[in-house]
Design a protein around this ligand. Structure first.
Ligand code: UDP
Length: 323
């Protein structure tokens, strides 16, 4: 099978591209490199293009059997101050991509959705039946696209899996690819920056949440586990109907627990500083991953320690390169 990995020069997309290649699929990466990095696409055919560029997409789509769509902005905080950017890219441009797919012969589509579509969950762990009421524009922009997908699937026969990721983290075990964001906002790489004095301290965004230690709880899932689920999702679509699936481990960790894990794994002290809550952050997001486990015969394998270890090894290697 031949797969167009849109946003394949980004953090999660590049892991999926490598995983697919290792499992014998042909992969073409399509990325506008606005947030992506050409070096993450090394070893692949890379087409530099925008998801809204229908003409460019029309040329490449006849060469593939399926599309995986990872190209999106994913900073919750930024989405609150700049919702226009999020709706324009994650919904309007993404819809242009979906239209190009519908206009081609490709009928398999894998979408990177998010647990942020659930907003403040009514029950944790969160099942796919939890009402989707996003509390930030990032989640809303992904939700809007899920609605479009559902309607398109019914009307035009596109089959899809919408994967609702919990917190993607960690790095490829062979140390080739990892998390690069500029500026960095995600918890684990921010903790590393604090260890190295690249930021004065790790700011803990709120310790007055209704959780045991007052800090937010998230379900951290290794990118290679996500990548494997994507490959299985493609195979699943050969014989089954469209659906949405949570991708998480089913286990939640607070910000303080993540910091403690980093200190244990690295043997380094993390300087911390209390800071106000970050807008748009729900207190607790933990997946009920049973549907994905049953239907895809998949299970997240990496523990939080392994996530932190792979992320740390990769980040240390990158820092050494820059010296
Ligand atoms: N967080 C934090 N300090 C930071 C970065 C993140 O306290 O410098 C918290 C954030 O409020 C959230 C959790 O860590 O509760 C995970 O945030 P991240 O941005 O990594 O992922 P998100 O949950 O927004 O997708």
């Amino acid at each position: 099978m031949s797969v167009l990995v849109v946003g394949g020069a980004g953090y999660i997309g590049s892991h999926a591209a490598h995983f697919l290649k290792r499992s014998g699929q042909e992969v073409i990466i399509y990325d506008n490199l606005s947030n992506g990095h050409a070096e993450l696409a090394e070893g692949f055919e890379l087409i530099v293009g925008d998801i809204a560029d229908s003409a460019k997409l029309a040329k490449v789509l006849p060469r593939v059997d399926a599309v995986m769509h990872f190209a999106a902005f994913a900073y919750v905080g930024e989405s609150v101050t700049n919702p226009r950017k999020y709706f324009e890219n994650n919904f309007v441009s993404a819809l242009a991509l979906l239209n190009a797919v519908v206009d081609s012969k490709v009928r398999k589509f894998i979408f990177s959705s998010t647990c942020a579509t659930y907003g403040k969950p009514v029950k944790v762990p969160i099942t796919e039946e939890n009402p989707q009421r996003p509390v930030n524009p990032y989640g809303a922009s992904k939700m809007a696209f899920e609605y479009a997908l559902e309607s398109y699937a019914r009307a035009y026969g596109v089959r899809y899996v919408a994967f609702r990721y919990f917190n993607a983290a960690g790095a490829d075990e062979n140390g080739k690819i990892g998390e690069i964001h500029q500026p960095e906002t995600h918890l684990i790489p921010c903790i590393f920056e604090a260890i190295h004095g690249e930021r004065p301290a790790l700011e803990i965004f709120g310790d007055d949440y209704p959780t045991p230690d007052g800090t937010c709880i998230r379900d951290y899932i290794h990118v290679t586990d996500l990548a494997e689920a994507h490959a299985l999702g493609l195979a699943y679509l050969d014989s089954a109907d469209s659906l949405a699936l949570n991708l998480g481990t089913g286990k939640g960790y607070s910000v303080r627990e993540v910091i403690a894990t980093v200190e244990r794994v690295t043997g380094r002290k993390v300087p911390v500083k209390m800071a106000p809550r970050r807008a748009g952050d729900p207190p607790e997001l933990v997946a009920d991953p049973r549907r994905a486990e049953q239907l895809l015969k998949w299970k997240a394998k990496y523990s939080l320690e392994q996530i932190v270890t792979t992320a740390w090894n990769w980040a240390e290697k990158e820092r050494a390169k820059k010296k």
